[in-house]
Write a protein that binds this ligand. Sequence first.
Ligand code: C2G
Length: 133
Amino acid sequence: MMKRVITYGTFDLLHYGHINLLRRAKALGDYLVVALSSDEFNWKEKGKKCYFTYDQRKTLLESIRYVDLVIPETCWDQKARDVHEYHIDVFVIGDDWKGRFDFLKDEGVEVVYLPRTPEVSTTQIKNDLHQPR
Ligand code: C2G
């Protein structure tokens, strides 16, 4: 029986921390859905101005061997619907979100928070690039 996993994120300026997350998420099942934050959701709900557009970020994610399907994330409350629509068994996200999505257990979904990869973040990359060499 196919075990289906879902995760959510912005994945801007894709880096090895994202890849570590996606690799471990895929290892928890057989099929990985990534709900990718839209440009509007990023800006309005997360105050993030992405360097790459949704389409560019989607292209990058679709090229990753661990990723089977990319869908849009347009609002905070779509998760409870998504897990039914995509027949999801496991919800996975970094432990910076620890506890925040436990309600998905009520939808019959296993909820897993994975340790973040230390030292790397899109914000850090942007800040470092602004420093005069
Ligand atoms: N991540 C990680 N290690 C890092 C950076 C990110 O493990 N050094 C993980 C995050 O914990 C997250 C995923 O990579 O699981 C994507 O990170 P972001 O693009 O920052 O996602 P975020 O803005 O946290 O979006 O509804 C949920 C949100 O859309 C999550």
